[in-house]
Design a protein around this ligand. Structure first.
Ligand SMILES: Nc1nc2c(ncn2[C@@H]2O[C@H](COP(=O)(O)OP(=O)(O)OP(=O)(O)O)[C@@H](O)[C@H]2O)c(=O)[nH]1
Ligand SMILES: [Mg+2]
Length: 314
């Protein structure tokens, strides 16, 4: 294993191979992750934009267009743009991730961008904990802004949103019903809504559904704007960029600090829970467990006493 300190220096000096290696450490968990995290969290966090939504909504196409637009008028001092593609449904390099890679390849050699598909291998808390770590590694090596694309399935979008400063929820025309089913989750995470594939029928109805959902959600200090896009032809990308900047401006320094405090709390709780789960697994496996089960079956112990014995054994 190469020392993370060295790799970090090399990555800061521009080595993409060194950066890739650090991210592999993050995915792999264990000692390499710990050593990497100990360094990465010393640097300020980059600004994180989460892009989530159902499979096939056009998240990657949209992200790709956003990268292109961002690079086109990027000031010299803006640092690198990091992009993480996360697909919880295919933990190993599956079709979707491969597709993302190919789609974004146009930018893959641009020095100002670093694109990476994330997988979970050994990370203690799985992808939802690996992502914030990867974000910090990107931040520590020159990315000032990081885009995180995740397929919104189950709790994933909520988990990833708790690693983002601004979260974009991508929908498509005709998805009113699908959105109704997951209303609470979407409302909780969305800072910006996108109706992508606006070249298709049903945009107006979807917008109405979203507006209604936001009305029912009650008064908040930020009402997520709804941006219509056709990602395949770069329509609405400028508006999306404006919506992102507007949300950032709305947060301001105080709002951003509050969000990051909440996110750090959520992340820490998740790390503690994952560590405890690991300990539970260690305690409830192997011979000691079997012996305790035996005692219960023989009527010589009850589950509570047996549990205490397991927990207090070294
Ligand atoms: N008609 C139309 N098709 C689009 C639009 N945006 C994306 N698509 C197509 O929709 C398909 C899925 O696009 P992706 O960008 O891969 O969607 P995704 O949300 O990243 O998909 P997953 O990562 O697999 O969940 C592709 O065939 C795109 O070309 C759009 O605005 N209009
Ligand atoms: Mg995708």
């Amino acid at each position: 294993m190469r020392a993370p300190e060295e790799l970090l220096d090399e990555a800061r000096a521009g080595s993409r191979a060194a950066l890739a290696r650090l991210l592999t450490y993050v995915e792999g968990g264990g000692e390499a992750l710990r050593a990497t995290a100990a360094l990465a969290y010393r640097s300020p966090a980059p600004y994180v934009v989460g892009v989530t939504g159902p499979p096939g909504a056009g998240k990657s196409t949209l992200t790709d267009q956003y990268i292109a637009a961002t690079l086109a008028d990027r000031p010299e001092d803006e640092g690198r743009l990091g992009v993480l593609c996360v697909d919880p449904t295919s933990p190993f390099t599956g079709g979707a991730i491969l597709g993302d890679r190919i789609r974004m390849q146009a930018h893959a050699t641009d020095e100002r961008v670093f694109i990476r598909s994330m997988a979970t291998r050994g990370h203690l808390g799985g992808l939802s904990l690996a992502v914030p770590d990867a974000v910090r590694v990107l931040g520590a090596t020159g990315s000032r802004r990081v885009l995180v694309e995740t397929v919104g399935v189950g709790q994933m979008e909520v988990e990833i949103a708790s690693a983002a400063d601004t979260t974009v929820v991508v929908t498509n025309p005709g998805w009113g019903d699908a959105m109704q089913a997951n209303k609470a989750g979407l409302l909780e995470v969305a800072d910006v809504f996108v109706i992508n594939k606006a070249d298709r029928a049903g945009v107006r109805e979807t917008r109405r559904d979203l507006e209604q959902m936001l009305d029912l959600g009650g008064a908040r200090d930020w009402r997520p704007p709804i941006v219509e896009t056709v990602a395949t032809s770069a329509q609405g990308i400028a508006e999306l960029g404006e919506a992102l900047e507007a949300h950032r401006a709305h947060l301001g320094d105080v709002g951003l600090a509050a969000r990051r405090r909440a996110n750090a709390r959520t992340q820490l709780e998740a790390v503690v829970a994952a560590a405890l789960r690991e300990r539970v697994a260690a305690r409830t496996a192997g011979e000691a467990l079997e012996a305790a089960v035996e005692l219960i079956l023989e009527g010589r112990a009850d589950p509570y006493g047996a549990a205490e014995t397991l927990l207090s054994s070294p």
